[in-house]
Design a protein around this ligand. Structure first.
Ligand SMILES: Nc1ncnc2c1ncn2[C@@H]1O[C@H](COP(=O)(O)OP(=O)(O)OP(=O)(O)O)[C@@H](O)[C@H]1O
Ligand SMILES: [Mg+2]
Length: 279
């Protein structure tokens, strides 16, 4: 069908969270395959298992209280396949931070509360571009602040994260994550807490980056309008299972499963059939 390189294969993934003697199965037999340059969405009602899927791939579920079966196969740039679930926890974390750029819904997790914004943003850039002078790093940060609507110039940069509003922290966390040279970007409700204009700018910026870098995307949102605009493939989840998956337009027009049709029509009702990112 295509000669694009396969980059991620999630195969029969089951995840169970243990809490004392109680066990909660949260992902059940989840399987999908993503090829290089494809843009995948995960949609579904609250509690469907969207974040669990992303956190399992990103190695963010707590070690010790999480049980896995199945596999998460990742294709490295050098051609090797790695099963993330077979890697020891620490090496999995560092492997993932090199290979996958991640944006959370909640920027509290992404920023270091003990470092000024200038220091952590600068360190992130220098990690990917050690050749850049301090002056260039600073100018780059000021340019990015403009794009993401981070106001206050140097005064903002010299603050600690908890001295900024939630929306401001989120913009900075997104801008920092997008400095990464990773092959794949995973974003879980990245723009939900942003105002409409910043949301649109951020979505446009991410789209531009995806085109320029040929990045592969896995994007989670409740906003089907944004998913339709950003993503060429979609996975519909419910109760920890995949209900249906395929090309976005096809599923939106003629989803085979009743739940998919329901989700699309409910969203259209709420949004009055306007796409959020319509031109
Ligand atoms: N620590 C935990 N222990 C047990 N169950 C959990 C835990 N964290 C999440 N769950 C359950 O896992 C299921 C999937 O949660 P998940 O966060 O993936 O949902 P989601 O699709 O991302 O929902 P939302 O749209 O609200 O973000 C839910 O039923 C949730 O209650
Ligand atoms: Mg979630």
């Amino acid at each position: 069908m295509t000669d694009k390189r396969t980059i991620l294969i999630v195969e029969n993934l089951n995840v169970t969270i243990k809490n004392g003697v109680t066990r909660f199965p949260v992902l059940k037999d989840v399987s999908f395959t993503i090829r290089e340059g494809e843009r995948w969405a995960i949609a579904g009602e609250s509690g469907a298992g969207k974040s669990m899927t992303m956190n399992a791939i990103a190695g963010l579920l707590p070690e010790g209280s999480t049980e896995y079966t199945g596999s998460i196969l990742f294709h490295e740039k050098n051609g090797e396949w790695m099963d993330l679930l077979q890697m020891p926890y620490q090496s999995r974390r560092s492997f993932i931070s090199e290979q996958i750029a991640i944006i959370f819904q909640d920027s509290i997790n992404a920023l270091n509360p003990n470092e000024r914004i200038m220091k952590q943003w600068g360190d992130t850039i220098r990690l990917h571009h050690p050749e850049m002078s301090n002056n260039d790093v600073e100018n780059h940060i000021l340019d990015q602040m403009e794009i993401f609507g981070v106001r206050g110039g140097h005064e903002t940069l010299h603050r600690f994260p908890d001295q900024l509003s939630g929306g401001m922290r989120q913009r900075i966390a997104i801008a920092m994550a997008l400095e990464s040279e990773a092959q794949i970007l995973i974003a879980d409700e990245p723009t939900t807490s942003l105002d409409a204009i910043t949301q649109r700018n951020t979505i446009e910026f991410i789209r531009g980056l995806l085109d320029r870098r040929r990045w592969t995307l896995l994007f989670i949102s409740h906003n089907l309008g944004i998913l339709q605009y950003m993503c060429d493939h979609i996975i519909i989840m419910k109760d920890g299972r995949i209900v249906e998956q395929g090309e976005t337009e096809e599923l939106f027009q003629s989803g085979k499963e009743e739940y998919t049709r329901q989700l699309v029509s409910e969203t259209r009702k709420i949004m009055g059939d306007h796409e959020v990112c319509d031109e």
